[in-house]
Design a binder for this molecule. Sequence first.
Ligand SMILES: *Cc1c(COP(=O)(O)O)cnc(C)c1O
Length: 225
Amino acid sequence: MTVEAGLAEVRRRIESAATSCGRDPASVRLVAVSKGHDADSIRAAYAAGQRIFGESYAQELATKAESLADLSDLEWHFIGHLQSNKAKVVAGIARAIHSVDSSHLARELARRARSASHPIHVLVEVSVAGEAQKSGVLPQDLEAVLAAVEAETSLTLRGLMTMPPHGDLDIARRTFETLASLRNLHGGAQRLPELSMGMSDDLEVAVAAGATMVRIGTAIFGKRE
Ligand SMILES: *Cc1c(COP(=O)(O)O)cnc(C)c1O
């Protein structure tokens, strides 16, 4: 399948998922996850109208951002686990970071973002299911990290992200619903407008649970190497 066809199919799935639960399809933004795929695949998706791309590794992001610098309205989102020593690279490129998982990382990103022209959008990654998820803040530690982000003028708090354990749609649904209730517990959509949740296999349940950004790789670009 071509990138164009994959993208068209994902857009159709988002629209149908939104419509069937009474949501405006435009309230769900698509982050095309391009990790493991080359710059030409990204150009193909860009030519088909896609503007937001997600990457998980700092070095891969840097390399691609350089080779695609001519696409000036392309928006990079960083979605992978981020170590503080990579904060500088990522802060210089990404418009949004979905995976902030500690106050320490928030402070480090803020320091690196101070010279940027606009604040970096931050989503805090939550480990809703506790130890079954590899990364993210535990719900009981969430408020402290949200406050740490809000304390920084070079960061803008935008919302929450989660990544359920693989393979079980019921667990995914419960994970997404729990993230949505955590949002309500911590100030609602006013404070946390974005819920980044849903991947190739579970975007429909994520949209039903209130996702405002879905992060889709395989269904657009095919299998990664
Ligand atoms: C790789 C990745 C995705 C995309 O997963 P697919 O199953 O390929 O759609 C989404 N979110 C994160 C955090 C990822 O690392």
